[in-house]
Design a protein around this ligand. Structure first.
Ligand code: ADE
Length: 242
């Protein structure tokens, strides 16, 4: 029974693989899963790939084939809530799919046949991850001014990259009572899989952009130079607390 650490990008995962004790790479579902120990904890490291379907496949595989007893996701997100700045961190309390629309059969944003629009993260895991994130950011060079926000994250199969789009997307969610702090492309899918299996889930996202017309500028450099260091520090601090 291990802790699954899912990353969106290989750069975020690389530092963790380097630290892995007794690493073993297993191939499944067109993906590489790295088993081993980190800070005394049995872990399985995996890439979600991008988008909801790919992330759901990775989440299902770590649960079914690697017996993950909890999942933690690290990645980047576009900040859309007030005061959520590039370089800040958002700890998800819950997830909504901003592109789910089965209206008029079901209310906008509701996941059909679940009677739910949001999937909650695990409160106990979140408490650990919040402390870990706050502790890690203090010691990461350049991160000491980063704020850790907690709230709703909206996922969908779009890289949101225009001021008009982010305004419309956010307004729709706000009007429906789901004000988001950040947008990304995987978390709600992983949260839904974990809900289905009854497996605790938590997610922390470093804000890489504001989902506006400049969202793509410096994106890769941010993931490589900043988000990867944040993810490494936060995951290590988290595992030490388990
Ligand atoms: N991940 C990071 N930034 C994002 C954005 N602007 N839209 C969707 N996913 C993201």
């Amino acid at each position: 029974m291990s802790t699954a650490i899912l990353s969106a990008f290989a750069q975020e995962q690389a530092g963790l693989i380097e630290l892995l004790e007794n690493p073993v790479c297993v191939k499944r579902a067109g993906r590489e899963f790295w088993r081993g120990h980190l800070h005394g904890q049995p872990v399985v490291l995996a890439l979600s790939k991008l988008g909801k379907v790919a992330a759901a496949t990775t989440a299902t595989t770590v649960i079914e084939a690697f017996e993950a007893k909890r999942l933690v996701f690290t990645g980047v997100a576009g900040g859309v809530g007030p005061g959520v700045k590039v370089g800040d961190v958002v700890l998800a309390t819950d997830f909504v799919q901003h592109d789910m629309d089965c209206s008029p059969l079901f209310p906008r944003y509701e996941i059909p046949l679940y009677g739910l629009s949001r999937f909650a993260c695990d409160a106990a895991l979140n408490a650990h991850l919040l402390e870990a994130a706050q502790q890690a950011l203090v010691s990461i060079v350049g991160a000491s001014n980063a704020k850790v926000h907690q709230g709703l994250i909206a996922s969908g199969d779009r890289f949101v990259s225009s001021a008009a789009e982010v305004a419309a997307l956010t307004q729709g969610l706000v009007d429906a009572g789901h004000p988001p702090l950040a947008v990304e492309m995987e978390g709600a899918a992983v949260a839904q899989v974990c809900h289905d299996y009854g497996v605790p889930f938590a997610a922390v996202r470093t804000i890489s952009d504001r989902a506006d017309d400049t969202a793509h500028v410096d994106f890769n450099a941010f993931v490589r130079d900043t988000a990867s260091r944040y993810a490494l520090g936060m995951v290590q601090a988290f595992l030490k607390r388990l």
